[in-house]
Design a binder for this molecule. Structure first.
Ligand code: ADP
Ligand code: ZN
Ligand code: ZN
Length: 731
């Protein structure tokens, strides 16, 4: 029998499972040199760009298989490990490989274009420049630039970040034939600032991380300000000394500027950046620099975890517990978990850093799978903050704050310090209520109350973006007694400005920190002067506020009694992170947590033994309840404008799952179709189904067996549905 002619298996960016068959454009035969190359293919009436990821016999009659329209790449752009990790990711998250590739690549590649040139350029003095630079006027910008170049050629990437206005100056010098631009290999640039000497705990963590260059997961657990970043920097230096690449992931764009400037001032190579606030060209450039092996250090958010790293030496995930690592739309993945899998595939060490490790990571460390390094001492002379509970039962509140909290702020300001009031809700107030009839302003499109905003002039929905002016009177009874209920950051700002009129009060939330470096700009307004910051969790993260001496936390009570099994973990992390903002320099810090539940066990645990004590207890509870990290979950969520259609789809899905489960005797629990926590959002009805099992393998096998049938369901075509493996939010 003649061997079957192999065809190309192409991954296309479509929400459909499996690969698609195409013939190579004749007269070539499909060989392994096609794998990893992009092709343009006809699909229905469209032409799509896809990736050839395998070869094999056609799934359908050979005559029905179409031919690729064009082969785009003659050679492979990624690396074997890269494609292998993406395949693993697609399999683990049960996502179409085409969608994974879509998330993993910059738009130029998805559009079928080529990667930009990543050759690095540098500037140097010409022979004429060498002999004549002294004739430039002393103190002029031209002279300063020439003096810099006397020391040696300078990379453009370095100039870009260190010498604003460099291009114009160099063009002037170039027009006088004093300097020239040459393509060149990056020369090490001398870092701007010296490294502090690591303390014993930092040293021992660093020694363990750099001891072997093979795969190992290191949990670097240190309170905020303990000098974790300093350990990262030293570890990256060691990685660079081995001529290897390093990848640093941060949870949010807001955190990149501060870390970027720190890395830039300390490392002798240009730092490439990858996050969603860049334009397509910038993203393509950073991606190409790393993929070509020329780029040495990449600092990026979530999806940067998918960048090819042909010479990888080290991966770092900062604030590893942070929920932003979880992609919640489309192809759902967890960047930290992918990073660990990648480090294994790359056979390099990975560092997970946090003051408040996720229970998953902690569990792995306790089980001996991860190395655990603790930094208990704060770096330098900083002292840990003192934490106190402010019982506000029966206490009269002013602007939502008790007397103790206001006194704390006052005495901090009197010492010349800065105070922070933390409230995890933006806007003026979370609800608008009619005092006469009980009417509450609800979003017409969501099952949710509208938030009062803009000095009580407008109502916003935080879930769908719906906005309208605040009605002058109650729409139900006509009464004028409409009252804002509860407190958001805007209302606290109003109250604090009134209570402390002599100092600036700055609000830091999603609204006031929009735009490039919005947060840094907002914080710069205060500088080191006495003043008050009011803000949401944006402030809880990694920012150095050296003069912050007092932190008041308002409104933790909702998190103490939530139905989400992760609510306590999130709250404990938040409280520790916010507290960590205080007292980062010589001044001691004080933290006051205001609550109506002063005896709640979570608060008691945090107070007596900090996060580790809370975590130990929480792990025990999770074990008893067979919840993650002891049990494993998958969520199938669906939505549609018609409630009955969503329900029908999930009921059909349930049936598919149950039939297979019974057939194969798998120990997976199926919750059945349930309305989501918010049953209607943006006009769409939302239902979900939770699968849980003590065996990850059983859960995976069930999904692998069931999903083809779920995709094929008639009812699946009428809804938007997603599978979320290891879900962290049940909204
Ligand atoms: P983390 O990342 O854990 O929040 P950082 O690395 O940002 O901590 O360190 C907090 C501050 O302490 C920084 O200003 C840093 O420069 C300084 N620092 C870190 N390690 C040392 C050390 N060994 N000696 C002196 N200062 C240090
Ligand atoms: Zn009313
Ligand atoms: Zn809404």
């Amino acid at each position: 029998m003649p061997a079957l002619r192999p065809c190309l298996k192409v991954a296309l960016p479509l929400p459909l499972p499996g690969l698609f068959d195409y013939w190579p454009d004749s007269p070539e035969t499909a060989g392994i040199d096609w794998i990893g190359c992009r092709v343009k293919v006809p699909f229905g009436s469209r032409e799509l760009v896809g990736w050839v990821t395998a070869l094999g016999p056609a799934q359908s009659p050979e005559a029905s298989v179409k031919t690729v329209a064009q082969r785009i790449d003659s050679t492979y752009l990624g690396t074997d490990e890269w494609l292998q990790t993406l395949r693993w990711t697609a399999q683990y998250y049960h996502a179409p490989l085409g969608e994974v590739l879509h998330a993993a690549t910059p738009s130029v590649l998805r559009d079928g274009l080529g990667l930009p040139e990543t050759c690095e350029y540098q500037w140097q003095l010409t022979a004429l420049g060498q002999s004549q630079w002294r004739s430039l006027r002393k103190g002029s910008t031209l002279r300063a630039m020439a003096e810099l170049l006397v020391k040696g050629p300078c990379m453009e990437a370095w100039l870009k970040t260190h010498r604003p206005g460099w291009r114009a100056v160099l063009r002037k010098l170039e027009s006088r034939n004093l300097v020239e631009r040459i393509a060149g290999v990056p020369q090490p640039v001398k870092p701007d600032c010296a490294a502090p000497t690591l303390n014993a705990e930092q040293q021992s963590a660093l020694a363990a991380i750099t001891e072997r260059q093979t795969f190992a997961v290191h949990l670097l657990e240190g309170v905020t300000g303990s000098g974790k970043t300093e350990v990262y920097i030293h570890a990256i230096e060691a990685c660079l000394a081995q001529h290897k690449q390093a990848l640093v992931l941060v949870p949010e764009i807001g955190l990149t500027p501060q870390l970027l400037s720190r890395l830039q001032s300390r490392l002798p190579v240009p730092i490439h950046v990858l996050h969603s606030n860049l334009n397509d060209t910038e993203r393509a450039h950073a991606w190409a620099a790393m993929a070509s092996g020329r780029g040495r250090v990449l600092l990026g958010t979530r999806s940067a975890v998918f960048t090819p790293l042909p010479e990888a030496g080290l991966l770092i995930v900062d604030e590893e517990h942070d929920g932003s690592y979880k992609q919640q739309d489309g192809f759902h993945y967890h960047a930290r978990d992918v990073a660990v899998v990648r480090a294994k595939a790359l056979n390099v060490p990975i560092v997970l850093g946090s003051a408040t490790p996720s229970l998953e990571t902690l569990h792995n460390a306790l089980a001996g799978r991860y190395y655990r390094h603790r930094i208990v001492q704060r770096a330098g002379t900083a002292q840990p903050p003192s934490i106190q509970i402010g019982d506000v039962r029966k206490i009269r509140l002013q602007h939502g704050m008790g007397q103790t909290l206001l006194e704390g702020i006052a005495s901090c300001l009197a010492r010349g310090g800065q105070a922070l009031v933390f409230k995890n809700r933006r806007g003026y107030a979370p609800a608008l209520l009619c005092h006469d009839c009980g009417y509450t302003a609800l979003c017409p499109r969501c099952d949710s109350a509208l938030t009062v905003h803009s000095g009580q002039r407008r109502l916003h929905c935080h879930h769908c973006g719906h906005q309208k002016p605040k009605p002058p009177a109650c729409p139900d009874c006509g009464s004028l007694a409409l009252q804002a209920q509860g407190f958001g950051t805007e209302r606290l700002e109003e109250g604090l400005s009134a209570a402390f009129p002599d100092v600036p009060c700055l609000r830091v939330d999603g609204e006031t920190t929009r735009g490039k470096n919005g947060l840094a700009k907002q914080l710069a307004k205060l500088g080191k002067h006495p003043g008050i910051l009011v803000g949401t969790q944006i402030l809880a993260k990694g920012h150095d506020l050296p003069n912050l001496q007092f932190v008041g936390v308002v409104g933790v009570d909702e998190g103490l009694y939530s139905s989400d099994f992760r609510a306590h973990e999130k709250l404990a992390q938040l409280l520790i992170q916010v507290s960590g903002r205080a007292g980062r320099s010589e001044q001691p810090g004080h933290v006051l947590i205001q609550t109506h539940h002063p005896d709640h066990p979570l608060l008691a645990q945090l107070l007596s033994g900090g996060y580790p004590e809370f975590a130990t207890q929480a792990l025990l509870e999770r074990e008893q309840a067979e919840l993650p990290p002891y049990g494993h979950l998958a969520l199938i969520k669906a939505e549609s404008v018609h409630s009955d259609v969503v329900r029908a789809f999930l009921e059909d899905t349930c049936k598919v799952l149950n039939d297979i489960r019974r057939d194969k005797a798998m120990t997976v629990h199926n919750s059945g179709a349930l309305p989501a926590g918010m049953p209607r959002r943006a006009g769409r009805y939302r239902w979900q189904l939770v699968l849980s099992s003590a065996s990850r393998a059983d859960l995976q096998r069930l999904l692998s067996a069931a999903l083809p049938a779920v995709y094929a369901l008639k009812s699946a075509r009428k809804v938007r549905w997603h599978l979320d493996i290891d879900p962290i939010d049940f909204l």
